[in-house]
Design a protein around this ligand. Sequence first.
Ligand SMILES: *[C@@H]1O[C@H](CO)[C@@H](O)[C@H](O)[C@H]1NC(C)=O
Ligand SMILES: *[C@@H]1O[C@H](CO)[C@@H](O)[C@H](O)[C@H]1NC(C)=O
Ligand SMILES: *[C@@H]1O[C@H](CO)[C@@H](O)[C@H](O)[C@H]1NC(C)=O
Ligand SMILES: *[C@@H]1O[C@H](CO)[C@@H](O)[C@H](O)[C@H]1NC(C)=O
Length: 352
Amino acid sequence: MQLRMLHKVLRNGPVQVVLFILIVIFVILYYHKQYSFTSTSDNNGYINMNDTNLLEDTLKDKSAVTTSTIAPTVTEPEILDPVRMIYEEGHVDVDPFICENPYGNITLTIMVTSAVQNLRARMDVRLTWGHWSIRNDVKIIFMVGQTSDEKVQSEVRNEQNLYHDVVQGHFMDTYNNLTLKTVFMLEWLSINCPNTAFVLKTDEDMFINVPKLLDYLSTKDPKERTFHGRLFGNWKPDRNPKSKYYVSLNAYKDSEFPPMFSGTAYVFPGFLAHELFQASLNHTFLKLEDVFLTGLVAKELGIGHTHWLQFYNLGYAKLTPCNIRRVVAIHNVRKERQFEAWLKVNDMRLKC
Ligand SMILES: *[C@@H]1O[C@H](CO)[C@@H](O)[C@H](O)[C@H]1NC(C)=O
Ligand SMILES: *[C@@H]1O[C@H](CO)[C@@H](O)[C@H](O)[C@H]1NC(C)=O
Ligand SMILES: *[C@@H]1O[C@H](CO)[C@@H](O)[C@H](O)[C@H]1NC(C)=O
Ligand SMILES: *[C@@H]1O[C@H](CO)[C@@H](O)[C@H](O)[C@H]1NC(C)=O
């Protein structure tokens, strides 16, 4: 049919030929755009796993760590105490049986950092990729802090009663307290989920391809002392005092951080939670939670980093079926984009 069309077009003179060529170019450009990331693409139109533009993008995307929590408006005095001095143990409990599985141990517990007032974001996750926790061996838990807003607090309580998947620490839910949220995660896990094989720490504005992650983890030893994620080369402390990520020389003196993973998504074996918790309490506070745990504390405990390209943690990705099916973690997926990603990962009529 296309051949016959071409034949006809060629017979009809130069104007039609030019038009025909323009249409072909348009179609090619359209599909090229559809099947690539906004920032870059390789020849297949998929993610080029070795692209330095992506690397840059992801480094910029360090903002990643916590777009979900309100950024500070005033510079607060730097804290250089051990975490033990500021962290209040305990939490507002949910279902004490949350980590029970009558059919065996938990394979994966997904701990999602969420700003206390963002009920909508938690609902979006529950209605989309959170569905994967329907498996008996996969659990999903949202971690929030305290709020002074009584309306928000009563909503959180309702949410806990309805879904049994929100845990609340004793610290104020602010950007500067994210490290406390991570320490809280470790405390909570070591009490409530000691037998989970693996833990994924992620954020509410991430899309997580859980089956892909489970496939990967099924080849890994849950007794190995290592974090899993994607390494991006060594991060350097931001020495600009005006930056959200400012790290003073007093807080960290070296020019590079040790190997670490972005807080948007990293995995560790559940049996390490208790040890990480104890060591975190003794460590000097640093507000960058991912540097703190996966970099500094990990180094101190001799815990390694297993690098996996497909992990990704990438922001601003085009939500094409291929991209969603090929990587574990995509950042900056909020609201409609959660539903878009969820539909595309499940609609098998969409070819990849
Ligand atoms: C990826 O990048 C590294 C460093 O730039 C280079 O040595 C390597 O050959 C690249 N690999 C591929 C598959 O392009
Ligand atoms: C669950 O995990 C614990 C600790 O790793 C282990 O002792 C126990 O045998 C496991 N149970 C099952 C049913 O796999
Ligand atoms: C948490 O953050 C707030 C504001 O950033 C701060 O005032 C408070 O002392 C921090 N710590 C705890 C334990 O809430
Ligand atoms: C933490 O510090 C205390 C007191 O300095 C010490 O007794 C304890 O062994 C330390 N724990 C860890 C896990 O390093």
